[in-house]
Design a protein around this ligand. Structure first.
Ligand code: TXA
Ligand code: MG
Length: 325
């Protein structure tokens, strides 16, 4: 299959409307889109990513009016969050409309809905004219793609189109809040922080704090995520450690020692934006160990922490923070 790389949102939307799969930029990470109404395209999307069929897709809409097409019930908490954060880097899990095929939601009676703010994403979705199912546009298990070049690396020859845009300005996947129950629950931390959510819906809890005994709320939780080929080592500024050869470091403070690749981030925003692209760069350079400084659990730190811990294959601490999916 030939992957057409285009700068035209209209051309990319035409490919999608003809029942095929197209990657597109968003402010969080690149998405791999298919019309929710084209069963073949949805199947191809799962195949191209190598994604297990029991992991549901987020549905992307252009306008709040389109919500009725995918959701059957928007409760009070969901309404408040929509008013405050749509369009933006927030996904809400709500009761799904019958019109949304179960292949999109992996058999669940809920659906994740997101209305991105990125202007190129918005133009694309406007031309599509239908709800667009889109997971992150990377091979399953690898760090999400935050640039069109990375999408191309992972998926060239496996998808029909790639809408070229700028690198994602946030670089971490959207915050996910489950609004399908009585109280809103944070399922995945993101750039809209838990503290910000609390100002709008004070009753919100983080999944895992109260529900330790219950099964994962999000099917994606049971799969490994964000993992580069290199081994991730958690590093805390006060710890002394012997730096291994062929290693790299990313964090806010100075590195543990001499490393081959160094990324001292100026702010948490930079840390979030650069984390996945740094993982990818390390793999390309043959780095064997990446030391990552764990930020505190406050604000954006919570999301960065969560991705690092998951990339390191450590889920235990996330239970106290949030569930990444
Ligand atoms: O920023 C993002 O959210 C990006 C861009 C492209 O929008 N998308 C993204 O999709 O990260 P994905 O598939 O890589 O991660 C979405 C996660 C999945 O792992 C899935 O388990 C969870 O959202 N999810 C989707 N629908 C759900 C539902 N109805 N209930 C619970 N979790 C759901
Ligand atoms: Mg993903």
């Amino acid at each position: 299959m030939q992957t057409l790389v285009t700068d035209s949102a209209e051309k990319a939307a035409d490919i999608l409307k003809s029942g095929r799969v197209v990657a597109f930029p968003t402010e969080t990470v690149y998405g791999l889109g298919a019309s929710i109404y084209h069963a073949d395209a949805i199947r191809q999307l799962f195949r191209a990513k190598g994604r297990p069929g029991d992991n549901p897709l987020i549905v992307h809409i252009y306008s709040i009016q389109q919500l009725n097409e995918v959701a059957s019930e928007i409760n009070d908490a969901a309404n408040k969050l929509i008013n405050r954060f749509f369009p933006g880097p927030l996904t809400l899990v709500v009761k799904k409309n019958l019109g949304v095929p179960t292949s999109v939601t992996a058999g669940l009676d809920t659906v994740g809905v997101r209305c991105p703010a990125n202007p190129v994403a918005r133009e694309f979705l406007r031309h599509c004219g239908c709800p667009v199912a889109a997971p992150s546009a990377n091979l399953s298990g690898l760090p999400s793609a935050t640039s069109w070049e990375t999408v191309f690396e992972d998926l060239n020859g496996k998808i029909d189109g790639l809408l070229r845009g700028e690198a994602s300005s946030i670089g971490l996947e959207s915050t996910i809040v489950d609004c399908s129950g009585k109280l809103p629950v944070l399922l995945r931390a993101g750039s809209i922080t838990f503290e910000e959510l609390q100002t709008v819906v004070p009753e919100i809890t983080a999944y895992g704090v109260r529900d330790k005994e219950s099964p994962p709320k999000s099917p994606g939780l049971k799969y490994p995520h964000y993992a580069p080929k290199a081994t991730i080592r958690l590093w805390r500024a006060w710890e002394k450690s012997v730096v291994e050869p062929l290693s790299a470091y990313i964090g806010l403070s100075s590195p543990p020692g001499d490393v081959l690749l160094l990324n001292i981030c100026k702010s948490l925003d930079d840390y979030g934006r650069e984390l996945f692209s740094f993982f990818r760069l390390c793999d390309a350079k043959g780095i064997k160990v990446i030391y990552c400084e764990l930020p505190s659990n406050r604000g954006l730190g919570r999301a960065i922490r969560d991705r690092i811990l998951r990339a390191a294959g450590e889920n235990s601490e996330c239970e106290e923070t949030s569930q990444s999916v």
